[in-house]
Design a binder for this molecule. Sequence first.
Ligand SMILES: [Zn+2]
Length: 251
Amino acid sequence: MIIDAHCHYFSKNAKLDFVQGSSIEDHIRNHELAGIDKFILFTIGGLFSDFIKSNDEIAEVANNYPTKIIPFGTINPWYEEESLEEINRCIKDLHFKGFKLHPWMTGFPINSDLMDTMMKEISKFNVPVIVHSGTPPWSEPLQIAELAYRFPKVKFIMAHMGITDLWKEAIDAARMCNNIWLETSGVPSHPIKLAVEEIGADRIVFGSDSPYGGQGGHIFQLNKIKFLDLKEEDESLILGKNLSKILDINS
Ligand SMILES: [Zn+2]
């Protein structure tokens, strides 16, 4: 089973629907064409606007494709009271399977005290948190490691594993905290190979960051891993087995 850890839903409210392949029908079709069985879906617009409304939109599209979409919610720690309520609503009422945090877009330091209240609430539920990484000043891998160190029971997925400039730090972060998994979207392919050698394939998960990258973005991101010529078992861990375990999905 192939699972994509990182996809955005561009609602009309986000005013970003110029990105090709952003409708939910496009997501479904493109993932099927690439042979991807399931994908984690979260908002884009809600990362910098109305996160509650955006979570509702994710719930609506996920309900239409329950076997394909794994819905994740988002929050904004600057709105503490609303976010604490929203964490509970996302899990208990909307049946979301995790949360996406984007310190750079939402505008908060991931390793600040601001996050403690949020993480204490999230850690009441056994759900993973995917965090954007690779863009200073607030989304650096070692800052995420600091948070992961403070909340060792929470499983953190480090989106983009540092992207182009901070992938060495991302590997270091995962080495320091065994509750961090590195996600492969956007990063060049050689850091992925290095991560397999240094921390092991059981700590890496495939993500596409679609619809960024356009109609073929999923296939490009998938081939980045397939062309690494990894051992079959390592490849299957990265493409789906690790996420199945993290999300408690039977594969
Ligand atoms: Zn993204």
